[in-house]
Design a binder for this molecule. Structure first.
Ligand code: CO
Length: 251
């Protein structure tokens, strides 16, 4: 692969902007006024899996989050914010979790490597392997074992996305929201649907919803309540929420 200098990136950028404008005069003006992506993509940071490009979408058509091994950490403020914005503000109805075969992050998890920060990041992938160990044929090739874990990881992350408060709240209020599990083949450039899509709460979630007092439809309120408890009932914003909470029996 030819080496590209940093300066060359600016030159390429100018070429690209000119080409886009030639194709469609007013292209950037149109895009700058509004973004209306219909899909949220959660994929791997791997440079060989450029989200927009492999599904033939232009800028403005795909809201994207990428991290190593397409992991949904339940406490990842970054990804949770992306999901919240996509669902609440952009009105996205399809969330795509897309892994890829030959994923280096998944390979590292399978090898149980330790000693780097990324190994903490990959803990959920190790968890998937531990849970599904019986499905791994000891006689299978390393590549087959790796690719199986790549697929199972996508399935597990679809489930994790389905259990986020944002997605649960959307389903509880009757919103249309589908979560898809796909995998991309580095060797053939093709995307495959793993058939693990979710478009509503599973049985356990639905039963839990019956026990819940209501959907978590306003996170800020919950955060506010927690903050108030920490502050001993004094709200930094000066509002009377502390009194409201006390009247609701929240100490
Ligand atoms: Co990867």
């Amino acid at each position: 692969m030819a080496e590209v200098s940093i300066q060359a990136l600016f030159d390429r950028n100018v070429d690209w902007a000119i080409a886009k404008t030639r194709q469609e005069p007013g292209y950037f003006r149109r895009l700058s006024a509004l973004q209306e992506p219909r899909f949220l993509w959660i994929g791997c940071s791997d440079s060989r899996v450029p989200a927009n490009e492999i599904v033939g979408l232009d800028p403005g058509e795909l809201f994207v989050h990428r991290n190593i091994a397409n992991v949904m950490h339940t406490g990842d403020l970054n990804l949770l914010s992306v999901i919240e914005f996509a669902v609440e503000a952009l009105g996205v109805e399809d969330i795509i979790v897309c892994g890829h075969y030959g994923c280096g992050g998944v390979r590292r998890a399978l090898a149980r490597q330790t000693g780097a920060l990324v190994d903490h990041w990959l803990a959920p992938v190790v968890e998937v392997y531990e849970r599904e160990r019986a499905r791994f044929d000891a006689g299978a090739s390393d590549e087959a074992r790796l690719n199986l874990l790549c697929e199972l990881n996508v399935e597990a992350q679809v489930e994790r996305v389905a259990h986020t408060p944002i997605v649960r709240a959307a389903w509880a209020t009757g919103r249309t929201l589908r979560i898809h599990g796909w995998i991309y083949g580095l060797k053939d450039g093709l995307v495959r649907d793993l058939g693990v899509s979710r478009d509503g709460p599973d049985k356990a979630q639905a039963e839990q919803a019956l026990l819940d007092p209501g959907p978590v439809d306003d996170w800020s309120e919950h955060v506010h309540a927690s903050a108030l408890r920490l502050l001993g009932g004094k709200a930094a914003c000066g509002c009377d929420a502390a009194g409201d909470l006390r009247s609701e029996g929240v100490q």
